[in-house]
Design a protein around this ligand. Sequence first.
Ligand code: NDP
Length: 232
Amino acid sequence: MGQVALVTGGNRGIGLATAQRLRDGGYTVVVGSRSGEAPDGLDAVRLDVSDPASIEAGFAEIEERFGPVLVLVANAGITRDGLLMRMSDEDIDDVLATNLAGSIRLARRALKGMIRARSGRIVFVSSVVGMLGSGGQVNYAASKAGLIGAARSLAREVGSRGITVNVLAPGFVETDMTAVLDDAQRSAILGQIPLARYAQSAEIADSVAFLVGAGYVTGAVLPIDGGLGMGH
Ligand code: NDP
């Protein structure tokens, strides 16, 4: 069995493509999501990243069934878009709890096994909007920008233990998350992307696989955005 890789939100979208890519690369991949459902050919655990007790239970189950998690892809994320003037406390709290605090707690839990093994790979899935900003996404952009500070701080804490911590910053990707955009929003977005198309999830997965395989890259923010965030 290869090293154990946990991909949160790995039951669809970017997470599923990443889980399949890592499995094809020889890792023992476990997918974590709120439903706990296992996509074809992958193992899964129920793990709600916004709930510390659920993170602990999910890791305990993975460790018992497969061994320590040496690759963590913190991919699970949500949006609750709206103008800040009208954004509810719940929309602010839920997005930060899932996207930012959830990723930090996952990393903290994963470190136990990684430090023991003196080896580990942590990839936070951020977004181009964390750097560019995005009207209607104050909560989401803040959560994604926060991941950069978290990754760079943690990279400094654990680099000497052979653990790398990096951030992937996708642009717009064809998934359920972007399927809610209407035609006008889509064409406005496409007009700003030099490559003039959305990414496929598999293209994001390839970049996660690169970061997982890269022994001398840490604290990096890798943009996979068709040029949308150029210079950021
Ligand atoms: P989807 O909406 O297609 O999938 C989201 C995934 O996250 C699902 O698997 C969902 O599983 C899981 N998830 C949500 N909340 C939780 C939770 N509390 N605990 C565990 N799992 C959870 O998203 P994408 O594939 O589009 O996005 C994946 C990541 O990439 C996100 O972090 C997103 O912010 C980021 N991203 C996406 C972009 C895009 O254009 N699509 C662009 C830039 C970044 P379930 O509902 O079953 O729990």
